[in-house]
Write a new protein. Structure first.
Length: 366
């Protein structure tokens, strides 16, 4: 793994932590607070928002700063040059692709910020997310691996991006949960990008991981700062868009190893298995109990783990470890033939099945 990834992570981490510290008093001064107004939030004090803007700015400043620094030392040798990750967007279409990702992420971030200040109807948020996903398609960022046609490719891109965007918003139900899961997933994706010779993508993902991790300084239980919808939606959208941009397959491996279809499907599903599992199980419970899909409740994986007797911190740490346990398998898929790749996927499914059985017990206890 290149040291440049650690540089991007560390810089984004430091900026996010510092900007978060500045956001806390500022949010209180202007009344930008999460006021407990729902049954599941009662019994706690108002917590300032501002984590979303802190992460967003930390990420943007890190990418921009490292890009300019890299251009200034281009072609130079020495320890400083080695510390800087590669941000060469000169490849055909690269600037347009990353520009589309940035534009879509900005749109989703602003939508979330407006929702924190003035509630937006669920349908309006859903339409904005679809619009942001279509910006990706317009910019040339779409799912292409083994897809039979352009309309199917567009539909799968929108489905994946909107689904993961909402998955991380749904996951933002306990202190540090969504940000920690995003930090782990983004850094594993960065390692995959580094291993598959995609240095620009890897560096951007490492910066995203660092921004999310830096926010946890203020958000781990008990939280002193919330990311709000602006942070949760932005994290989910940016991570999903970058995974669509990624190429998980390289055709230079041994014969019979690393099927393109296996890598294109297996890598993102393994790394994001926990958010996908949480979203699917929550939607299933709400449908089964005939409750509105968009109304918050305590049917999330984290709450069901609490039903087993875990504290908030223990439940969050357990889900972080689940994310790591499932995601690490993605690092090995490119070295495995198809039948062994299926075993890695089956192992992750078995881990989540055990969790489902245990949290089902917790839900019955509640």
């Amino acid at each position: 793994m290149g040291i440049g990834l650690l540089t991007a992570f560390a810089l984004a981490f430091a900026l996010s932590a510092l900007l978060g510290a500045a956001a806390r008093p500022l949010a209180r001064r202007i009344g930008f607070l999460d006021i407990p107004d729902l049954e599941r939030k009662q019994g706690r004090a108002a917590i300032p928002y501002g984590g979303g803007p802190a992460m967003f700015l930390a990420f943007a400043l890190t990418v921009a700063g490292l890009w300019f620094a890299g251009r200034s030392v281009a072609g130079a040798q020495g320890p400083v040059a080695e510390l800087l990750p590669s941000f060469d967007f000169g490849a055909p279409g690269a600037l347009r692709h990353f520009g589309a990702i940035g534009l879509g992420a900005l749109l989703v971030f602003l939508m979330g910020l407006l929702d924190e200040a003035r509630r937006i109807p669920p349908l309006a948020k859903f339409l904005v997310q679809i619009g942001a996903a279509l910006i990706l398609v317009w910019g040339g960022v779409r799912v292409t691996a083994n897809i039979p046609g352009y309309p199917v490719s567009v539909a799968l891109t929108v489905l994946w991006v909107v689904g993961i965007t909402n998955a991380f918003n749904l996951l933002d139900n306990m202190d540090g949960l969504s940000a920690g899961t995003a930090a782990i997933a983004a850094f594993i994706f960065a390692m995959v990008g580094d291993f598959t010779a995609q240095p620009e993508l890897a560096a951007v993902l490492a910066a995203l991981s660092g921004a999310a991790a830096g926010f946890i300084v203020h958000n781990f239980c008990p939280a002193r700062l919330y990311m709000g919808d602006s942070g949760a939606y932005w994290l989910g959208f940016t991570l999903s868009a970058l995974t669509v941009e990624a190429t998980f397959y390289r055709g230079d491996g041994p014969a019979g190893v690393a099927s393109p279809a296996m890598l294109a499907l297996g890598v993102p599903l393994l790394i994001l298995a926990v958010p996908v599992f949480d979203t699917a199980s929550v939607l299933w419970i709400r449908l089964r109990e005939r409750r509105p899909l968009w109304v918050g409740d305590r049917s999330h994986l984290s709450h069901r783990l609490q039903g087993l007797g875990l504290s908030v911190r223990e439940a969050v740490l357990a889900i972080w470890l689940l994310t790591l346990a499932c995601g690490l398998g993605a690092l090995y898929l490119k070295h495995l033939p198809v039948h062994l790749g299926v075993l890695v996927l089956a192992q992750a499914a078995a881990i989540l099945a055990v969790v489902a059985i245990l949290e089902g017990l917790g839900r019955r206890r509640e």
